[in-house]
Every structure is written in C-alpha cells, then in structure tokens.
Design a protein around this ligand. Structure first.
Ligand SMILES: [Fe+2]
Length: 143
C-alpha cells in the first residue's frame, strides 16, 4: 500500500491489488488488537476493533461476492457460506462484548477475537480467497 506500512506478510498477498488492499485492513485490525492486549488496554480498544470489524465484514465480503457474480465463480456458494459463518462469528463475539460486565470477561473476549482473526487470516485468506483470485486472474477483464 502506497504511503502506509504493510502489516501483511508476503505469503498472504494474492496478486489482486484491490482484494490485497482490503485484506491489509484486517491485518491492521489484528495488529491493533495485539498491541492493545500487550498494553493491557483491551477493554477500551476492543470496542474500536468491533467497530472496524463490523464495517469491514459488510463491505469487504460484498466486494468479493460482487466479483464472484461478475466472473461466474463456480465455488461462490461455498465462499458465500464461509462469509456468512465469519459474519455470524463477529456478531456473536460482539454480542458477548456488549454484555460483558467484568474486565476478566473482556480479556477473554479479546483473546477469542485474536484467535478468531488468526484462523480467518490463515484459512480464509490463505486458502479460500486464494482460489477466488486464481479464478479472477485467469479470466479476461470485464468492462
Ligand atoms: Fe472471501
């Protein structure tokens, strides 16, 4: 990303500039969460992380889903299902956070969010989105 420090290791780069740029946002959110955990500020910062995540899942998934439709992606049903599952997980974690009353609960939720994001990055981006980009890049550009 021009002018910004990349948080995303090269192995997660999928050779699709728009999708890669959006994935950078998720890495930045993960990084922000790790820093707030290390500084024991998680109870405060976790609200910001959820704000970022809620907006992210809505716009980024829609972007990918529109590309799948435009490029007749054969695996789109499975990919949509993954997006639904990730969105549901974010909503469940957010509900737990909104109902949490004690700092220990918020610490536990912060740990769960970190683990959830790590699995998302490692599985969804590195595998599921990689197949999608391979398909997109093998097609002529639609105008
Ligand atoms: Fe995806």
């Amino acid at each position: 990303m021009i002018g910004l420090t990349s948080m995303m290791p090269d192995k997660f780069r999928l050779d699709h500039p728009a999708i890669d740029m959006q994935h950078e946002v998720l890495f930045a959110l993960y990084n922000e969460l790790k820093i707030s955990q290390e500084n024991e500020e998680q109870a405060f910062d976790l609200g910001d992380i959820f704000l970022g995540l809620n907006g992210y899942v809505a716009t980024h998934f829609l972007f990918e889903e529109e590309l799948m439709a435009a490029f007749s992606y054969p695996e789109s049903e499975q990919h949509h299902e993954e997006h639904r599952r990730l969105t549901e997980n974010v909503a469940n974690l957010h509900n737990r956070f909104k109902q949490a009353k004690f700092p220990q609960e918020k610490t536990q939720i912060a740990n769960d969010v970190a683990e959830f994001l790590l699995t998302w990055l490692a599985h969804h981006i590195a595998e599921i989105d990689r197949y999608l980009v391979q398909h997109l890049n093998s097609r002529p550009v639609v105008h």
